[in-house]
Design a protein around this ligand. Structure first.
Ligand SMILES: Cc1cc2nc3c(=O)[nH]c(=O)nc-3n(C[C@H](O)[C@H](O)[C@H](O)COP(=O)(O)OP(=O)(O)OC[C@H]3O[C@@H](n4cnc5c(N)ncnc54)[C@H](O)[C@@H]3O)c2cc1C
Length: 382
């Protein structure tokens, strides 16, 4: 079977659904989204849902600001409750190096209008009475940050895209690209070929595999990350912010009648193993109880693993791929992609339809930067 589409989007996580929605909302023509599994079953399904403005680079701050315009009005815009909690992100800093870096970030964030402030150990205990602060030098707190539900948000974009005529095909992988004279001609699936001048790869941790199908190297590697939730726990107020011990990346925030927590394992090699690592769970629980000893009285209800989609500089590949005309990529958000989904959809729609992105300067995230050695390190990675 052969058919035609103006745009084929590969992947229906937060990125693919937001990109498809934003393109359709601007009348971009016939759009087909290919999803080999189901909508929001990839990395997006496993995200903690954190949304924050506290980044170390201007591009990431601006992308988050644009996204917040959508997160804060999602219900009005899409008729979907995403369970938004704006209780802030509180970073705990324990070394002079972290303090210096975060104070520089604070200056940049405030210059861009982020309502973030420096907090003393005393302020920190008021914001989160559960944490020990004897080794804490200070921290930063932004009350506008928070968290929401990744599944509802992605479905909100997907449903809105479908109402605008986008066809989202679940259980239908992209299995190849037809490229002739350096130009994309078609995307192939097990059901046949879709002739198209433009394909947008939004395949999260599978982006490198999908890129290989087109003969291009997109340096995104999957790294297992785990989250855990406690059973009902009433000894810590549900009003506390998302709290992050920056040195270890331990984080926790209220979730339902318990708490959600996690910590990145710096020694984890890349790979697609999705089992929960019991030994790392024990290390994470120990870290939580060290920082907030009251959690010794809590019980872990369940845990799950998912994949961060990490690039060499912890920033995404956003834009046209150099070697194949008609191939675009929006992937590799390195663990902070959920929150940037709305802005990325808008940027990609502008790039495709206006020939340039107007709402943000995303040139630093050009996919070709790795080959040219122009990496842009993001320091605020959890
Ligand atoms: C434990 C954990 C906690 C996290 N916490 C946060 C957080 O608090 N805040 C935050 O912003 N981010 C967080 N993240 C990161 C976030 O989940 C990702 O950055 C984001 O979801 C990436 O979205 P995506 O749409 O690019 O990828 P995905 O959601 O992975 O979507 C890619 C889709 O492509 C599909 N696909 C793959 N290959 C093909 C193919 N050949 N054909 C068709 N479809 C294909 C996959 O099935 C998948 O559905 C977390 C991640 C994990 C694992």
């Amino acid at each position: 079977m052969s058919e035609r589409a103006d745009i084929v989007v590969i992947g229906a996580g937060i990125m693919g659904c937001s990109v498809a929605y934003h393109l359709a909302a601007r009348g971009a023509g016939r759009i087909v989204v290919l999803e080999r599994d189901e909508i929001a079953r990839g990395s997006t399904a496993d995200a903690a849902g954190g949304i924050r403005l506290q980044f170390s680079t201007e591009t990431n701050i601006v992308l988050s600001q644009l996204s917040f315009e959508v997160w804060e009005h999602f219900d009005e815009l899409f008729g979907v409750d995403i369970g938004l909690h704006q209780q802030g992100y509180l970073f705990l800093l324990t070394t002079p190096e972290e303090v210096a870096a975060f104070q520089a970030n604070l200056d940049l964030q405030r210059a861009l209008g982020v309502p973030v402030r420096w907090v003393s150990p005393g302020d920190i205990q008021e914001l989160n009475p559960a944490v020990r602060v004897d080794d804490v030098l200070g921290g930063t707190f932004c009350p506008r940050d928070g968290w929401c539900d990744p599944y509802s948000a992605t479905m909100g974009f997907a449903q809105a895209a479908r109402r605008l005529g986008v066809e989202i095909r679940e259980g239908c992988p992209a299995i190849g690209f037809e490229v002739s004279a350096g130009r994309l001609q078609a995307v192939t699936t097990p059901d046949g070929r879709i002739e198209t001048p433009l394909a947008i790869i939004c395949a999260g941790p599978w982006t490198q595999e999908v890129g290989k199908l087109a003969g291009v190297d997109l340096p995104v590697l999957p790294y297992r990350r785990m989250s855990f939730v406690t059973e009902r726990f009433d000894l810590v107020p549900k009003t506390i912010p998302m709290t992050i011990e920056f040195a270890t990346s331990l984080y926790f925030h209220p979730e339902g009648d318990g708490f959600l927590f996690g910590m990145s394992n710096p020694d984890e090699p890349p790979g697609f193993d999705k089992r929960v690592d019991e030994a790392w769970m024990v290390r994470t629980v120990e870290a939580l109880c060290r920082r907030a000893p009251v959690f010794e009285q809590a019980r872990v209800k369940r845990g799950w693993a998912g994949f961060y989609e990490i690039t060499p500089d912890h920033n995404p590949l956003l834009g046209y791929v150099d070697d194949v005309e008609g191939l675009l990529v929006a992937a590799g958000f390195s663990g902070h992609g959920f929150m940037q989904g709305p802005a990325v959809g808008r940027c990609i729609a502008e790039l495709v339809l206006d020939g340039a992105v107007r709402c943000a300067d995303i040139s630093a995230f050009a996919p070709g930067r790795f080959r040219e050695g122009k990496l842009v390190q993001e320091q605020n990675v959890i």
